[in-house]
Design a binder for this molecule. Structure first.
Ligand SMILES: Cc1cc2nc3c(=O)[nH]c(=O)nc-3n(C[C@H](O)[C@H](O)[C@H](O)COP(=O)(O)OP(=O)(O)OC[C@H]3O[C@@H](n4cnc5c(N)ncnc54)[C@H](O)[C@@H]3O)c2cc1C
Length: 546
């Protein structure tokens, strides 16, 4: 099942990190003769989501009383200020940091996310949910969704999403946090969060500073390197202040100051597969109680997100500039908002792809400096989290071992490629032909890895998860079926179960999900009762009704 989407189960959690912290032996041929020592100074460049996530986690796990963690950021430059939807492994990150979930939601004006509703993606006028969690329960070892496929044509089993706890709760706007001892079907409800990116960074900053991180305000104007090894030795701020370190974390966003500008690590451009390259974000006032899901609505040359928070709704149009102008993209966005925006539109430009190496010399890049796959499946914050957890699991000595660095790069490369393929699927699996953009993505060639996955699915509806792929069976099945990619046949093994018994078990299951969701409070009622609803109204003045 969805390894990455089962919050708390991946990456070995905190125990593995603690066990790996202390090393004193050189592992690589380069440094076999050189003495190694503990890294005593870590410098994080950038204070956006990536920078403060890294600062909060590193200060929690690497504080041995001698190691210093410093963060440099520039208020004058600011952050990208978007990135507000997450996926369930964020629960694992919160647990690592020992966050109180109610406090975290309050401080970030956060809400619950049970999945993503896709509108107009397969065909115009259609919608489906990509939920977190699982479809039904397997019977006698046979995947539930295969039995559901078998029922097509025999009976009316309803939508596949009728058999998923998170999906049924999302459809009703409901939520209840499953306790440690919860039983099915409630225990099957997986969730993540929506939050305000600026408040999230502020929250983590407080945590990191309490854990001993030193923040330096200023613009990095120069980077110093060792003449022999080429390693970065210091960053220099305007005014001449130097911050020295042994390990540098580049969280400088799209600028990629250290990994790109200084070390010259190239960028692998994937825009032929993921052609959207611009976004216009615009917040609006809430028009009702927030829905516990993200919505992605496809337009003529891209798509629009809707992320409901406690104090506002985040919206944005992500589009491909080859097929639509900025002015037209802004008009489309404005025409599709539920209420008046309270910020000025701005265009964010990006190129989808990834840094060829996430770790070069003694610089590890996290966040937008390491790549960007577009926000369709809310995977960027997960990539940051995963990079941090991987770094903790491979935390180096000084000088860095190429063996550990290579292992890090291999893992990050694979993760990027897995996510890339899953996002491309949404475009490739469209039946839309109403605009040149949709015809382009429908007809484009795709990576061989994805071609193979689609071909296997088309034969018998089979999904094979390789290695540590983030998205599991539920995700692939949801998008394939949601966008009308049906297999030619179901898995013949599903025919071995008695028809009558299967039909009855399915009807019972469906009723159990319905009844369990009906008994839950709305998400707002849940958040208020749990003390997770912020008392403070942090909306800008323009957003508050007179
Ligand atoms: C349109 C859009 C929508 C997105 N939606 C999602 C989403 O829903 N879910 C998700 O997971 N991700 C999303 N993302 C990605 C997410 O926004 C980023 O992964 C996340 O915000 C991390 O950004 P960052 O910290 O790398 O960069 P930034 O936020 O840009 O931070 C860069 C930092 O570097 C500092 N800096 C830069 N240059 C210098 C310098 N010379 N000197 C000193 N400091 C410097 C800046 O001051 C800043 O503090 C989205 C991205 C975009 C573009």
């Amino acid at each position: 099942m969805a390894r990455g989407l089962k919050g708390g189960k991946e990456w070995g959690g905190t125990g593995r990190v603690a066990g790996e912290e202390k090393r004193s032996v050189a592992h690589d041929s380069d440094s076999a003769a050189a003495a190694t020592s503990d890294i005593s100074r870590v410098v994080i460049v950038g204070g956006g989501t990536a920078g403060w996530m890294a600062a909060a986690a590193l200060s929690r796990f690497l504080n041995n009383g001698r190691r210093q963690i410093e963060l440099v950021e520039s208020d004058a430059i600011g952050t990208v200020g978007v990135g507000e939807a997450t996926i369930p492994p964020i629960l694992n990150f919160n647990a690592m940091l020992d966050l109180n979930e109610n406090e975290f939601l309050r401080e970030t004006q956060g809400t619950i996310k049970l999945g993503i509703e896709f509108v107009n993606w397969g065909r115009q006028g259609e919608r489906y949910l990509h939920p977190f969690g699982f479809f039904g329960q397997d019977l006698h070892g046979i995947s539930f969704y295969q039995l559901w496929l078998r029922e097509q044509g025999r009976a009316d089993p309803g939508y596949i999403s009728d058999y998923c706890m998170s999906a049924v709760a999302a459809a009703g706007g409901k939520f209840g946090r499953p306790s440690q001892t919860a039983r099915p079907p409630l225990s099957e409800m997986l969730y993540a969060f929506h939050f305000d990116a600026a408040l999230y960074a502020r929250y983590l900053r407080k945590l990191a500073e309490n854990q001993g991180v030193t923040r330096h305000e200023g613009r990095v104007v120069n980077v110093h390197r060792d003449g022999e090894s080429g390693d970065v030795t210091a960053v220099e701020l305007d005014g001449g202040r130097r911050i020295e370190g042994e390990l540098f974390i580049d969280c400088s966003g799209f600028r990629a100051l250290l990994i790109g500008d200084t070390l010259g690590v190239g960028y692998e451009d994937w825009s032929h597969w993921l052609p959207v390259d611009r976004a216009i974000p615009l917040p609006t006032a809430n028009v009702g109680s927030p829905d516990p899901f993200t919505r992605s609505t496809a337009h003529g040359a891209g798509w629009q997100w809707r992320i409901p928070l406690q104090h506002r709704t985040g919206n944005g149009h992500v589009y491909c500039s080859e097929f639509i102008s900025d002015d037209e993209a802004e008009r489309v966005l404005l025409a599709n908002l539920e209420s008046e925006p309270f910020a000025d539109p701005r265009v964010i430009r990006f190129t989808t792809g990834r840094r060829k190496q996430s770790w070069s010399h003694n610089v590890v890049c996290l966040g937008l400096s390491s790549g960007f796959l577009e926000p369709l499946e809310s995977t960027s914050i997960h990539l940051i989290q995963n990079g941090i957890q991987r770094l903790l699991a491979l935390f180096p000595d000084h000088p860095v071992s190429p063996l550990e660095r290579d292992e890090y790069n291999k893992g990050m490369s694979e993760l990027y490629e897995d996510i890339r393929d899953f996002i491309i699927l949404h475009y490739k699996a469209t039946q839309r032909d109403d605009t040149p953009f949709w015809r382009y993505v429908r007809d484009m060639t795709i990576p061989e890895t994805l071609e193979r996955k689609i071909a296997l699915w088309k034969l018998h509806g089979r999904v094979f998860r390789e290695g540590f792929e983030l998205f599991g069976t539920t995700s692939w099945v949801a998008v394939m079926l949601g966008q009308n990619i049906w297999p030619d046949r179901h898995d013949p093994i599903a025919d071995t179960l008695d028809e009558g018994k299967v039909a009855k078990a399915m009807a019972d299951l469906r009723e159990r999900y319905r009844a369990a969701a009906a008994a839950l409070p709305t998400q707002e009622a849940f958040l208020r009762a749990a003390g997770a609803w912020a008392a403070e109204d942090v909306r800008p003045k323009a957003a508050v009704a007179p």
